[in-house]
Design a protein around this ligand. Structure first.
Ligand code: TYM
Length: 335
């Protein structure tokens, strides 16, 4: 099938630190499965990454590291376009136009804005408030059909769909209305130390977060000290968030349903479950870590991939942006 007939997939991750198990199981692992039958754009959103306080040198380093982790996870650059958001003109421009259609109140009510702004003591940037509009622009700029993400991005995709429909009805049919693609299991991996909260790079207790590049000994230690629940039965239920989280992780990592795992672990103890999770996660991450170490040593190769990715993304982005500019009533350049 030529790329022209394929459905378009776009999704992104922030290059703030290293990717963790939630990013992998909720997102990147599922992106790999879409490569064959779709035209895929995978962004590294460094413009989103500056909405919270950050250190420029760290951002520069972790942007390249994010590209190496994408490829190490199986996003073969021969089958997709990996690009850095700030290297493609159009994201911020489209975000501006969309922001003029977005009521401020709607942004102030977004769950992630409320969470992140509550955690921040210093003054909150308007970039953080407008974050979901930039994300809508990322998606709509590529005429995207499918956006594979974890559960935490659902509200952002709903806003994107609203904005696409709003623009289409204000100006005439322009954007496809994209669909979120959220996996049934793995879309919400929780912290190992506080299973009421999602696993996150910014968790103050880093023992709750398993990173793709963690040493196997560290992974095992974090998993063996995961918080569990009262009782001893190994079943997934609302009263057992710790065990449910471990079962979900093992389910995706071993490609076995939670129901089958419950049967398998009947009569066994929490330590047995943790050991099985540790084995499955280290087995899953070891080849990724090895591949990553090779890739990160070859900066020229990574820069070449990112240049090709940005070129392909730019072509698509220009096409959409000129259509949007025309419909918005902007005069064409040089006329
Ligand atoms: P980010 O960088 O926080 O996360 C990248 C992807 O990982 C998923 N994810 C999780 N899935 C399951 N369990 C978890 N604990 C977990 N934590 C993160 C996220 O859902 C996401 O799919 N706003 C986005 C980045 C973005 C974007 C976009 C995504 C910017 N523009 C356009 C899609 C399309 C974010 O902060 O993801």
């Amino acid at each position: 099938m030529s790329n022209d007939n394929k459905k378009i997939v776009l999704t992104c991750a922030q290059p703030t630190g290293k990717l963790h198990l939630g990013n992998y199981l909720g997102a990147v692992k599922n992106w790999v499965a879409l490569l064959k039958d779709h035209e895929c754009f995978f962004g590294i959103v460094d413009m989103h990454a500056i909405t919270m306080p950050y250190v420029p040198a760290d951002l520069r380093r972790s942007t390249l590291e994010c590209a190496a982790q994408y490829i190490a996870c199986g996003l073969d650059p021969k089958d997709c376009h990996i690009f850095i958001q700030s290297q493609v003109t159009g994201h911020a421009e489209l975000a501006w136009i969309l922001s003029c259609l977005t009521p401020v109140g709607q942004l102030q009510r977004m769950t992630q804005f409320k969470d992140k702004s509550n955690k921040q003591n210093e003054s909150i940037s308007s970039g953080l408030l407008y974050y979901p509009v930039l994300m809508a622009a990322d998606i709509l700029l590529y005429n995207t059909d499918i956006v594979p993400v974890g559960h935490d991005q659902k509200q952002h995709i709903e806003l994107t769909r609203d904005l696409a429909e709003k623009f289409n009805s204000h100006y005439s049919e322009t954007f496809k209305v994209p669909e979120a693609y959220i996996p049934k299991v793995g879309a919400r991996i929780m912290s190992l130390q506080n299973p009421e909260n999602k696993m996150s790079k910014s968790d103050p207790n880093q023992n709750g977060t398993l990173y793709l590049l963690d040493d196997p000994k560290i992974l095992r230690k974090k998993i063996m000290s995961a918080v569990t629940d009262s009782g001893s039965e190994i079943v997934a239920s609302e009263e057992k968030p710790g065990i449910t989280n471990l079962l979900n992780i093992l389910s995706v990592a071993s490609n076995t349903t939670v129901k089958d795992l419950e049967k398998q672990f009947q009569g066994l103890g929490y330590a047995d479950l943790k050991k099985a999770v540790a084995d499955a996660v280290t087995k899953m991450f070891t080849p990724i870590r090895k591949k990553y170490n090779q890739l990160i040593a070859d900066k020229n190769y990574l820069n070449e991939i990112l240049k090709n990715g940005a070129d392909a993304a730019q072509k698509k982005a220009y096409r959409t942006l000129s259509k949007v500019y025309r419909k918005s009533g902007y005069l064409e350049r040089g006329k």
